[in-house]
Design a protein. Structure first.
Length: 256
């Protein structure tokens, strides 16, 4: 490897080419809708064979980051066809999924995966600003737009603020409507948004191939009194969602 060529010939070449392309997407050099250099140009630039470049690109197409257009070339995938624009939630007071679907003129649906208490999760306790061992209500759901799976969502709320939460059916009730009724509607959000390869469980629930690139969204939210009232992780289906903001790509599936 020299100063002008980032390729290390001791390692798998196609993976290195993939990483180079991913970094260019991440830093904005390759942006959504842009045609990337041809296989021949990439092969010449990085001193590898076209077979290596072709394998690298095919892997990124399979993951949903790139798309081929016959006779035109390879483009950075805009992750859009007919999709929900999640940035629309900024325009409404209640940014919950149910209210967003209503705002967009659609219908939300939910399938509850689990609703249970947990008391020994240091990671979640830290995110909620409570002591490890304090009781937390954990709610896992698949969220639908009509019959289309939009996201797999894992929400965690402190039991101390919502002591009757287990009595409610969140396949029918909006979690944010419930939180609002208790005086703890989230009003400020600390959001982290990335792209990452989807694991087997979430891929199966979303009806997409394992390893396909999805939006991974994590959020800690506070109420008007600045109490941390929720920590959420979501795997968003890029076949039906577009997020109108810059996102980074993470190769390692670190979802909980």
């Amino acid at each position: 490897m020299n100063g002008n060529n980032p390729i290390d010939y001791r390692m798998h070449l196609y993976i290195q080419v993939q990483d180079i392309i991913l970094k260019k997407i991440e830093n904005g050099e390759y942006f959504a809708g842009m045609r990337i250099p041809s296989e021949r140009e990439l092969a010449q630039t990085y001193g590898v064979s076209r077979v290596t470049v072709k394998k690298a690109i095919e892997g990124l197409v399979e993951k949903g980051l790139l798309c081929r257009r016959q006779g035109k070339g390879t483009f950075v995938n805009e992750l859009s066809s007919r999709k929900l624009d999640m940035s629309e939630e900024e325009k409404i007071r209640d940014t919950g999924f149910t209210s967003l679907m209503s705002y967009l003129g659609s219908q939300a649906g939910n399938k509850v995966l689990f609703s249970q208490f947990i008391e020994d999760d240091k990671y979640v306790a830290e995110k909620l600003g409570i002591k490890n061992g304090d009781k937390v209500f954990a709610l896992g759901r698949v969220r639908y737009e009509k019959d289309n799976p939009v996201m797999v969502q894992y929400a965690y709320v402190p039991f101390a603020m919502f002591p009757d939460i287990e009595q409610y059916d969140f396949s029918k009730l909006s979690l944010y409507k419930y939180m609002e009724s208790k005086g703890h509607l989230p009003v400020k959000f600390n959001v982290n948004l990335n792209l990452q390869a989807c694991g087997e469980k979430e891929a199966r629930l979303l009806g997409i191939p394992e390893g396909k690139v999805v939006y991974f969204y994590s959020n800690s939210s506070v109420d008007a009194a600045k109490n941390i009232v929720e920590y959420t992780e979501e795997f968003l289906n890029p076949d039906v969602i577009v997020v109108s903001q810059y996102v980074k790509y993470r190769k390692i599936n670190s979802g909980r």
